[in-house]
Design a binder for this molecule. Structure first.
Ligand code: ADP
Ligand code: MG
Length: 210
């Protein structure tokens, strides 16, 4: 894995400066970017992932190791994203959701085994044929996490990923997410307005809008 580097990134909205970031995130490190609502946290993630709205103007570079992401279309960047709403495809069952972003390598049987192993890892043995609408919020969050990991990203972006969970689930999900991104050695950028998220991440913290 490589570091995720944000080189002199400046984003403006209608000519007014919105945010500036210059930092690097090592593999397995979780960097927290904090700031109140509207400060530009989601905008920064959209820029890194490659779907910044044309309302914004950005300069700077984002690199994964030597690979300059800002030259690549979104689908070629291999950046994993988790949002506060765990969005699963309603027309696919849980297994289909997990398999969605998986590379086509290996036999069909091998791929099914990877899906089953992922379900086992999050305590959802035998859930492959379930309709996502029948899952609890915590179960949906865990499936969304595994779906991103199975797509073999090279970096991870988290947009207030725990803010919609109730307190007990929130702690559990924090543990799981941070443990898994470290295991996979992914450079991870989390944006949040919750100081407890930053504390749980245990890494460096950058404040926007101060
Ligand atoms: P945060 O995630 O920190 O709450 P956002 O990145 O969503 O903030 O938004 C930053 C600013 O950009 C806000 O003022 C918001 O209203 C504005 N904004 C967000 N998306 C758009 C867009 N597509 N077009 C114009 N302005 C936008
Ligand atoms: Mg946001």
């Amino acid at each position: 894995m490589h570091s995720l580097t944000l080189e002199d990134v400046h984003i403006t909205l209608e000519g007014a400066s919105l945010l500036s970031v210059d930092t690097s995130i090592a593999p397995g490190e979780v960097l927290t970017v904090m700031g109140p609502s509207g400060v530009g946290k989601s905008t920064l993630l959209a820029y890194i992932a490659g779907f910044l709205s044309p309302a914004f103007h950005a300069r700077g570079r984002v690199c994964l190791g030597e690979r300059e992401l800002t030259r690549l279309p979104a689908e070629a960047r291999r950046v994993g994203l988790l949002f506060q709403d765990p969005l699963l495809f309603p027309h696919l069952n849980v297994g289909g959701n997990l398999a969605f972003g998986m590379t086509a390598e290996g036999s069909r049987r091998k791929r099914r085994q990877r899906v089953e192993a992922a379900l086992e890892e999050i305590g959802l043995n035998g859930f492959a044929n379930r309709d996502p609408a029948t899952l609890s919020g915590g179960q949906r969050s865990r499936v969304a996490l595994m779906r991103v990991l199975l797509s073999k990203p090279c970096a991870m972006l988290l947009d207030e990923p725990f803010s919609k969970l109730d307190a007990a689930l929130r702690d559990e999900m924090r543990q799981l997410v941070f443990q898994r991104v470290r295991q996979e050695n992914l450079p991870t950028l989390m944006v949040t307005h919750d100081a407890a998220d930053a504390e749980a991440a245990g890494g460096h913290v950058i404040e926007l809008g101060s």
